[in-house]
Structures are given as C-alpha cells and as structure tokens.
Design a protein around this ligand. Sequence first.
Ligand SMILES: [Zn+2]
Length: 403
Amino acid sequence: MWDAGWWSRRVGKPDGSREIIMRRLGLACVAALLCATTLTVISGTTSTAASSTPVAFPSKPKGLKAPVTLPKDVDPASAYVPQVACQPGTPRGVALTRDLVMRTYGVGGAGNTARSCTEGVSEHADGRAWDWMVDVTKPSERAAAADFLAWLTKDGGTNARRLGVMYVIYNEKIWAIYRAKEGWRPSSGHRDHVHVSFSWNGARGTTSFWTGKVQPVDYGPCARYSGQPGVVNGQARTSPCPALTALVRKTSRSTEELGSRAATVRSAQTALGVKVTGTLDTTTRSALARYQKAHDLPPTATLDQPTWSSLVPASTTWDAAGSMTSSEAARYGAKNYPTTLGPWATGKSVLVLQVALAVPRADRNGYLGPRTVAAVKARQQALGRPVTGRWSKADWAALAAAS
Ligand SMILES: [Zn+2]
C-alpha cells in the first residue's frame, strides 16, 4: 500500500501499521477480547480465501447516489500518490464524501480527517484521508460498511474511480484502486473503522461523481529537496512534480512537523519569537510559513533542513558552497553553470549564486525565491546587463569579470 523506495526516504510507518500500533497502545487491555469477539462474529459469514472480502458483502449494494448526472467516461484509476506535505485539513471532496456516507447509512461516527504530521507517511497528514467509525463487531455498522465497500469496489472499482478513492482498509484487509486486480489483500487493524484514502482529485472534489465530468489528474503538492517535506499547496496541479534536488545544507537537527514535541522545538520557537510551548503547534506552524516566505525557503511550514540551517545557523553541519567567498562563488558559477536560473530554481547552483550576490546568510537556501530574484535584478542593473530576474551564463561571466 505504499511505494517502498519512496518510503525509505521518510521516517515513520504506513497508515495501516501506524493505526494498529496506536490501538495497541490505547486498547491493549481489551485487544484479546475484541479479537475473539471479531472472529466469532465474522467466522460464519466470510471464507478464508486470500482474496476474500473483509466482511460478507451484499450482492446488490445500495451505495451512494451521485448529486449529478454521471458522464459515460470514468475517471482514471489513481496511482499510489503518497503524502508528502504537512497540511492537515478537510478538503471539499473529503467533507462531501463523509457527509454523504453519514447521510446515506446513518450509522457509525464521522471520525477523523485532519491530524498532526508526526505519525509517519499518512494521507491524514495532508487532509486526504477519512476514518468512518464503523465497528466490525456491531451488526448494523458492519452491514453499512459492507454495503459501502461492496459498492465502491464492484466492477473493478468504477465507483472508487468516480469518487477518487485511492485505497480503503477494513477489518485487516486493504483494497487499492491501483492494485484492483488483486482484490482484497491482508493488512492490519482497522476493526473499528473504515480508513479511506483519496486521490487529490477525490480529496478536492473534482471527480466526475461530484462535477459530472472527468477532469485532468491533480498531482498534489511536491517536495523540492530530496527527503524533505513537500511544499504546502491547496491548488490543483496538473503537471507531475519537478525532479527532486539534493539538499544544499545539512544540519544536526531532525525535521520536525506539526505536533512534534522534540526538545529542539523550543529553540525554534525562541528564534521565531513565538510562545515557547515545546510543541510545534499551529501558531508555530504559521510563524514558520511566514519565516520561509521572508527568507526564500520552500514553504513547507515545517522545521525541515533548509529552515533549520537558516533559522539556527549553528546547527549547520555541511554546506554545498563550503566556505566560498563571493568572488570565488562568482568564478565558480561562471565556470560550472551554463544553464539560466529562473524563479523557483533549486539546488547548489542557486546557493552559489546567493553567495556570489552576497545575499544575507538567512536567505542563502538554494531556492530562487523573491528575495534572490530582487538581488539578481539589482546586480544585473549594477553590471549594466538586461534586468530580467533570470541569471544567465552571460550574467555569470559579467559578475566574474567584475569580481
Ligand atoms: Zn485512517
């Protein structure tokens, strides 16, 4: 249910394992009883085949009724698009689905959508997941879950495609639209709720189920630096993410996101001038977003590596530009960087440019944001070059000659 290669670059656990661990912690005392009850309840209604459904499904599920006339075309099956950004919330499509499920079945609890971002990779952390609290041991709740899941997954998952559902987990089974041919596969936990993860189209309510037409694929937020959180983005994005750039600085601090209570959060709060609570709370998150905007940092609203290095320079352990002086950086750039750098370019070439232009230390982050664009324009003017805000091979040559 997750891409292992991508996964290895992040710290944490996939949604399924994480949720069962949470339940083990919270419900350890009743786990044995719950387990025994569950097995008794379902043993008479499901087979033991590997591809069996999580609970017995009705043959003619009632399902959800779309509020629009559905088009002939069906939305493409979503690929597995893992959570990259920390932006909890309840986007429109998630809220619409939650409300329609609750109205249609009238049982269970509306459960969680948004969360903190401290639980590893989970679509809950980017607002793309919803937990419908329907307990497998309660017949009316189990029947409602069975109807919804049977409807969602029938005919190869046509309704999952129309609704923009990426995967669902219930009663130790997972079904994913990107592995629909395999049917229900073993997973863990989720005996007291259905977990629903959405594609970005599904989360934002732009699928045919809500709009009556098939819309372009929304790829969601992107990370800029490899292994770092994604940039917060509430807008649809219909082109795939640009290639990741290697970090230009490393620090002794680990990346901290909303909800973190790491000891280092206090020093960040002091540096940001917000109340020192020891928890990366919503006030701190907003202050981080403002700080990043003011210092040409990717707007991740997290304490990621670029932000730590800018905010607490003493935490820096490695810098791709080493100890270059500005004139050394100008000569290095003239020799090594023939490609024009435009707004939002990312990486070592941008860091070297920032050193060459002597932008303030806090703004030297390898990300060509508005402050660096302004520095580029000012230097182009001073050098008598066309003032474009884009830094070319000829600009490097003029700067190196003047340095
Ligand atoms: Zn969940």
